[in-house]
Design a protein around this ligand. Structure first.
Ligand code: ADP
Ligand code: ASP
Ligand code: MG
Length: 408
């Protein structure tokens, strides 16, 4: 009997009628003969609302309690969906991440799944039930504490659970028809991509295409779980994320991310060990640093700039300030009004002009580039946050609509 893991995002379970709609779809799939495991997100903007509420109550950082709070969002959805599926005449049972055996490391707010002991899920399936699992959460076997997996983490729960159960497919149901060539909310003419490789999707997700969380793509890649991203509102096929695809466009898509901040440590002595003394404490505190640029000036001092996720700026800033003082730097600048635009495509490997074309497109639009980073299949530029939407549209016009104009 085929086994499918389905994940429904926040909008798809946003209110009672949408939950009943999901229940009908799940029940239909179960009646067609498949075994079904469902992963749910919190309803609508519940996670954002809970974060806001916690800030109204306290301006301190309480990682353990925040995780306790946020996991409540997914618990609400899982219980309501179980009720609605049972009303459809299909047996269903909900489990928290911890009950479902999702074991993580100890890092609150951005825990990584270490293992899945899915025997309660398997028992439920054997009893002929639909098993519903709360997304985005797990438990640390070391501390016995409840953890969350980071924003968008239900995608990771879904693909990891699909891998653990050797499911035939992991279906990610969302509020768009699939993965598009750019965020369809910014580029109305963006096209749905029929299939994309794990490698491209991983770059695309890390560049900000939040339709799939990057970590979920890593699981898909590692355990070769085919992922089908599709709409929860109709039955049309969406986007298949898989090992290899027939086509290798030069640029598959344009991604953007406005949740980035840029930190510059000015006038750093140009001596060995300085970069290590800055980035080691950041790493210890779990701050993921993205781009790093170092400019050596003629006076023997350097400026080191780097980007961090905006949500980690409050953690990164005091560390950078303390290090700047300790190493005798001239000062520290923080810019939280920046964003990142990226182009991604596996065909880029064989086409050297792609980055140059990207810079020309941005220059023609009068957009200044503050930082650049590349991988073999991605080019990213940090620009002013206010210019991100315009940059995405211009790049989409040049590379996707006009079918990849690449400088010689
Ligand atoms: P869910 O709650 O279902 O997990 P998300 O909000 O996390 O949904 O992800 C879906 C959203 O991702 C879409 O509504 C869309 O605005 C945004 N998005 C950004 N980039 C892309 C892209 N390249 N293709 C599709 N959607 C994208
Ligand atoms: N509810 C969590 C979030 O909003 C997890 C998810 O939806 O995937 O980030
Ligand atoms: Mg999501």
């Amino acid at each position: 009997m085929p086994l499918v893991v389905q994940k429904y995002g926040g909008t798809s379970v946003g209110d009672a009628s949408r939950i009943r709609n999901v229940a009908r779809r799940v029940a239909e799939r179960k009646r067609s003969g498949d075994r079904v495991v469902v992963i749910v997100s919190a309803m609508g903007r519940t996670t954002d609302d809970l974060i806001r509420l916690s800030r109204e109550v306290s301006d301190q950082h309480h990682p353990r309690e925040l995780d306790m709070l946020l996991t409540a969002g997914e618990r609400i959805s899982m219980a309501l969906l179980a009720m609605a599926i049972r009303d459809e005449g299909v047996e269903a049972m909900s489990l928290t991440g911890s009950q479902a055996g999702i074991l993580t490391d100890t890092s609150h707010g951005q825990a990584k799944i270490r293992d899945i002991k899915a025997f309660r899920v398997e028992e439920g399936l054997e009893a002929g039930k639909v098993v519903i699992v709360a997304g985005f959460q797990g438990v640390s076997p070391d501390t016995h504490e409840i953890t969350t997996l980071g924003r968008g983490g239900s995608d990771a729960t879904a693909v990891a659970m699909a891998a653990a159960l050797h499911a035939d497919v992991c279906e990610i149901y969302t509020d768009v028809d699939g993965v598009f060539t750019a965020d369809p909310r910014i580029v109305p003419g963006a096209r749905k991509i029929d299939e994309i490789t794990f490698e491209e999707m991983l770059e695309y997700a890390s560049a900000g295409a939040r339709v799939l969380m990057g970590r979920s793509v890593e699981f898909g890649m590692r355990f070769n779980v085919p992922i089908h991203v599709r709409s929860s509102f109709h039955d049309e096929p969406g986007t298949w994320v898989k090992e290899a695809t027939m086509e290798q466009p030069i640029v598959s898509g344009v991604a953007h991310d406005t949740s980035t901040a840029k930190v510059t440590v000015r006038g750093v002595p140009d001596t060995p060990g300085v970069a290590a003394s800055l980035f080691t404490p950041l790493a210890v505190e779990g701050v993921m640093v993205d781009m790093i640029v170092q400019n050596v000036s003629s006076e023997g001092a350097t400026d080191i700039s780097f980007t961090v996720p905006l949500e980690l700026l409050d953690v990164a800033r005091p560390i950078a300030e303390a290090t700047a003082r300790a190493i005798g730097a001239a000062g520290l600048d923080v810019d939280d009004q920046v964003g990142r635009v990226s182009i991604v495509g596996s065909g880029m490997r064989a086409h050297p002009g792609v980055a140059a074309t990207m810079f020309s497109v941005l220059a023609d639009a009068g957009i200044n580039i503050a930082m650049i980073s590349t991988s073999p299949i991605r080019v990213s530029c940090v620009i002013a946050a206010s210019q991100v939407d315009e940059a995405v549209r211009r790049l989409h016009d040049a590379f996707i609509t006009a079918e990849q104009v690449v400088a010689p």
